[in-house]
Design a protein around this ligand. Sequence first.
Ligand code: WTA
Length: 573
Amino acid sequence: MLKSFRLPADHGTHVLEDYAKTRSDFDWKQAETGFSWFQTGKINAAYEMIDRHVAEGKGNKIALRYSDATRDEQYSFADLMHLSGKAAHLLRNQAEVVKGDRVFIFMPRTPELYILFLGAIKAGAIVGPLFEAFMEDAVRDRLSDSEAKVLCTTPELLSRVPVDELPHLKHIILIGDTVGTNGFYIDYKQAMQEANADFPIEWMAREDGMILHYTSGSTGKPKGVLHVHQAMIQHAQTGRWVLDFQEDDIYWCTADPGWVTGTSYGVFAPWLNGVTIVVRGGRFSAEDWYQTIEKNKVTIWYSAPTAFRMLLSAGNALPAKYNLSTLRHVLSVGEPLNPEVIKWGWEVFQKRIHDTWWMTETGAQMICNIPTMEIKAGSMGKPLPGITAAIVDDDGQELPPNTMGNLAIKKGWPSMMRAIWNNPEKYNAYFTLNDWYVSGDSAYMDEDGYFWFQGRVDDVIMTSGERIGPFEVESKLVEHPAVSEAGVIGISDPIRGKIIKAFISLREGFEATEALKHEIYQFVKNGLAAHAAPRQIDFKEKLPKTRSGKIMRRVLKAWELNLPVGDLSTLED
Ligand code: WTA
């Protein structure tokens, strides 16, 4: 048995009270000393999230409260230790998972998702969560790039998994009513019944892979961003500083684990701190969300601007019907948080909404409004202790305050991505300016050290808080028989932040009709994902391209905004 590690009982003492002092003193090594592996050298994030709390006598504490339209369940830390041990056995013995194998999870948010997630990590696998709304192309790209060995999914989603095109896939674990096990397909329910709960955890090195999140850049297919077990020290520490976790908190992170917020802050940060999480399955509705807060007596709530704007547009009479007084701390991530939303949060909840900035690649929060900090509405806050952020020009020179430039982070924080899967060139491209990681966001820093988001430097589109690469959408569009060429940009939308707009030139013999627009929209929705489908389409005779054949999205944006198109010297003709 491992030597036990302790989180001090007075979690409050960890909360960042003196930003300036902590900032000047802090070194990430200090955050490591709280973990058992600091002494034992035995590292596994699933152990630290679950088993450790049981070893420390907190086995009966509720770890997960789950509900959807048909289920209402809770699981203690001891329950999850037991179930994730079984899941690890299942993965190891039946699905032949060994250390480093990629295990993907493609299913709706249910307790089984979390159990398999923990089980995969216990077994030493690299876990790859996929958003349940992904359609066949999106699933294929990710499973084939990562050479996934095992996929956990449901019978309902199976039709979106092109099994024949995935030579590396050795097993599919089916969660739901199935016909049983046949070697390739493994019946989760049956296998879990048979599996031993006492799994010998696979001890990892700090730098061993833990999780792979696919995310979009401006060119090429989505890339696999790899995080390692070491990342957990930043998940845990920011859980205390930024989320202000205390012993009795009930925490609701609304993000799906298919996105990085749903894992770093939906799983790792709360459970590393032994906090109870709420998971609500099913689709968004304002009533349902307010009810979820009331029913679970949620104290800390982490969501996104699009969700807040949807709640805001449902009116203030609705929240008045619910008891939301348990809320102590509210946070936001993923898109610019408008001052209007902050104002609304103050009116409706009497709470400040704390904006936080980070990315899939950074793995954890970087620039934040911490509880003890004055909020300047519209600013993302300040870099956390242990994080050096700056605004740099295109040569990597730091720019003075109030000057817009590239938002960059000094290399070397614990949760920094360690690789782009199978693509070292792409990885290195993030670090071309000396020791700076270049985020792809533009921003400025004011005279007080607060950072202000200005936009993306590249063509990445944030829609409803989800990150879309235009290339992935364009590639899908040109598969449609009517489409000759396609260029995709983001255009402003009052609720979703941005929506996707496609400029399309048609093949001979096709007519530009509303019906065709609808058909093309459906085509992307059914092939890729609903959130990636173009809500607006403009048919054009011809699209602006460079001589090497690249669509000039810059010109599309200028068309959209009726702006001068600028330098066209590289234009095709
Ligand atoms: C954007 C989400 C403005 C930004 C955790 C970044 C934000 C991208 C904020 C990463 C914020 C994230 N204000 N924009 N507080 N937080 N973004 O990888 O453009 O899905 O580069 O990670 O979201 O999106 P990702």
